[in-house]
Design a protein around this ligand. Structure first.
Ligand code: BGC
Length: 459
């Protein structure tokens, strides 16, 4: 019994590993880039490009992987993504200068973007409806763990040139371990049963479903298979469906993803040490410790999200998160504009921790969860791609403009956080008026509901 359970958990664990690499590869650069800057004697623009080049690769990776995964399957593409992770990590560890580092970071970006579009759809398609929230949240859980590992590895390797190799090379190279696990793991992972049905491989789909549900006597894999077949038999318009039946899903996915970034989460995840150095004149060592603290809060609150995701409606959790974030950074802005900078450093840390809490239990996991849930089967891969690409583009915009905005407000963080508060308030209305509820429904119910709403007759 215990072994059987382990089987299913291992499948979900490996399936979600792309999240860990996503978190690690985006988080690691905050510590590594100042070291690379001095080692390669780069100017500030070049260093900034090393950080953002990954985001360019991710947008391209996210957009291109979806159509491929609808054609060739989720599993094969996960293997491709893991190979890209291996190549990108090795190349960035061995980079000899600016150009080779940029090439390596773009390849890593392609990997991260691909994983971020593939994983949510893959996990949603493997999970059963009552547990899909938690199982999908594993992606974000791994992601936040990856960010935390990156911060810890930044601290651990800093100034340790082990075996004659520079500290930053160790930092970047440590991503090879999870990349290797993902590579070998994805070879043994099952293909998504829903993809298999879509391609007419009913027997294989049945065997994957039987295996996934074997520990749960309440589940009826045959019934599930029939429902998937019903959906797979609906008329298919291919990509055209994105503009017809699936249009509401596109709007929800793009809106969720843009807002997830425009509330400013990565100003904290990527730039927190710099913020505390610039705005509050903290010494570098203390500033890095604050980011580790925030990394821990982020991870622990995501564990809470994992526990509650199937107990409360997704929309209620999103609303809770929006309100907590809006309050925390709204107050933070007002304090930073009205009080003496020296007095607000500690309240700012506390308010940022609340803001992270609000994000980590709600928008962090749910945005990724939903892009795997809301698209019809035959365009699920490409739909998830569009959502994921929107996330990367939003991320790129915030990362590019945050420091500029901070500068424009003379290093007063009340400025940029005031702008993020506006988007946190906007997100409340988006949830109330646009986002559908998906908790407890099968992917097939969600799709049939959408088709009926769009006036389509179900065969
Ligand atoms: C976001 C990332 C962010 C992370 C922080 C994810 O859901 O998409 O951009 O860095 O959460 O935990």
């Amino acid at each position: 019994m215990a072994k059987k359970q382990l089987n299913t958990s291992v499948i979900f664990f490996i399936g979600a590993l792309g999240g860990l690499l996503f978190g690690f590869d985006t988080g690691i650069i905050s510590g590594a880039s100042p070291l690379i800057e001095t080692n390669f004697q780069l100017n500030v623009e070049q260093t900034a490009f090393i950080t953002s080049s990954v985001l360019i690769g991710s947008s391209v990776g996210a957009l291109s992987i979806g159509p491929l995964s609808d054609k060739f399957g989720r599993k094969k593409l996960l293997i491709v993504a893991s190979i890209l992770f291996l190549i990108g990590s090795t190349m960035s560890m061995l980079a000899v200068g600016f150009v080779s580092m940029i090439v390596a970071r773009i390849i890593l970006g392609l990997a991260v973007g691909s994983a971020s579009a593939l994983t949510p759809a893959y996990l949603a398609e493997l999970a059963d409806a009552p547990h899909r929230g938690s199982l999908g949240t594993m992606f974000q859980l791994m992601l936040t763990f990856g960010i935390l590992m990156a911060y810890v590895s930044n601290l651990g390797f800093l100034h340790h040139n082990l075996l004659g190799m520079r500290d930053w090379r160790w930092m970047l190279g440590s991503a090879l371990i999870p990349a290797l696990i993902l590579f070998f793991g994805s070879i043994v992972l099952p293909e998504s049963p829903r993809y298999l049905v879509e391609k007419g491989n009913i027997d294989e789909a049945r065997s994957v479903l039987n295996n996934l549900r074997k520990n749960n006597p309440d589940e009826d894999p045959e019934k599930e298979l029939k429902e998937i077949q019903l959906v797979a038999n609906q008329p298919h318009g291919g990509i055209k469906e994105l503009f017809t039946i699936a249009r509401p899903a596109v709007i929800v996915a793009v809106g969720l993803m843009f807002l997830q970034q425009l509330v400013g989460i990565n100003s904290v995840i990527y730039f927190l040490p710099q913020v505390f150095i610039k705005a509050f004149s903290f010494p570098e060592g203390d500033a890095i410790w604050i980011s580790v603290f925030i990394g821990v809060v982020n991870f622990l609150c995501t564990v809470v999200a994992y526990k509650i995701m199937d107990k409360f409606d997704r929309k209620k959790i999103l609303l809770f998160g929006s309100i907590v974030m809006a309050l925390a950074i709204g107050i933070l802005s007002v304090l930073n504009f009205t009080m003496n900078v020296k007095q607000v450093a500690v309240p700012t840390i506390i308010l940022i921790a609340f803001y992270i809490l609000g994000f980590a239990v709600s928008w962090g996991p749910i945005a990724w969860l939903m892009i795997g849930e809301i698209f019809p089967l035959n365009v699920r891969g490409i739909g998830a791609s569009i959502g994921s690409a929107a996330n990367w583009i939003g991320n790129f915009i915030v990362s590019q403009f945050f420091l500029v905005l901070l500068d424009a407000f003379h290093n007063n963080i009340g400025g940029p956080f005031g702008v993020f508060t506006f988007f946190a308030i906007l997100s409340i209305f988006f949830v109330i008026y646009v986002v559908p509820e998906t908790r407890g429904k099968t992917l097939e119910d969600i799709e049939l509901e959408m088709r009926k709403k769009q006036g389509e007759k179900i065969k």
